[in-house]
Unconditional design. Structure first.
Length: 229
């Protein structure tokens, strides 16, 4: 079954430019020129990914992305923001609301297709029995064990849950608040700085096999897990 993409872009020329390469890549595309139309299409059939323009005539793409990520029904739909705003602060704002990637106009259709494939790989659900491995760091959900280059790594349950979340959501920046919601849960009151303590503990465990560099601090934003320095 083809991956379903909802393209929300008010520029007709851009929508037409993207239709052919997206179809050639095997995606089933539906289009909307504003958020009102996009909402109606989403209710008819939930997409596998949303390509969302930042500047739209009725509601900003940024505001709608925030709404989508706050709803239990749509929070797991990957979002790629399409925008002419290329400043770092704007990229961080887009990622902070939960967008999975950010493509700055002008962009080539080939680049966009590559970004779509990368996001779908990153956000694909990991089964509870499937081990996750990055650069020799292996996490096995069945045995609840973590190893680095074949050597067992000891860590507490919070550090384990934090690592599992990071390894299954690579290359995305998460604020402390987002990590609290995802790892600790929305019904638990924990101060945001507690995240820093557990990040330090996690890095200390990973440092034994040289994998601490994978947990990166993004100044002014939060943390991410990435193989890219």
């Amino acid at each position: 079954m083809a991956v379903k993409i909802l393209l929300v872009e008010d520029d007709t020329a851009i929508r037409e430019m993207l239709q052919l390469p997206l179809h050639k890549a095997g995606y089933a595309v539906r289009e909307a020129g504003d958020v009102r139309t996009a909402k109606a299409l989403l209710l008819e059939d939930s997409p596998d990914l949303i390509l969302l323009d930042w500047m739209l005539p009725d509601t900003s793409g940024l505001d709608w992305a925030r709404t989508l990520k706050a709803s239990p029904l749509t929070k797991d739909i990957p979002i790629i923001m399409l925008t002419a705003r290329g400043e770092e602060e704007d990229r961080v704002r887009g990622l902070d609301v939960g967008a999975d990637d950010y493509v700055t106009k002008p962009f080539s259709p080939r680049e966009l297709v590559a970004r779509i494939k990368a996001v779908l790989r990153r956000t694909a659900p990991i089964t509870s029995e499937e081990p996750v491995e990055v650069e020799g760091l292996r996490l096995d959900p069945v045995s609840h064990r973590v190893s680095g280059n074949g050597e067992p790594l000891a860590m507490g349950p919070t550090e384990y849950n934090l690592l599992h979340f990071f390894m299954t959501h690579q290359d995305r920046v998460f604020t402390r608040g987002q990590l609290l919601d995802q790892v600790w849960g929305t019904n638990v009151y924990v101060e945001e700085r507690t995240v820093d303590v557990h990040i330090r503990r996690l890095r200390k465990s990973l440092a034994l096999t040289g994998h601490d560099h994978l947990v990166q601090t993004v100044r002014g934003s939060g943390y991410r897990f990435s193989q890219t320095p």
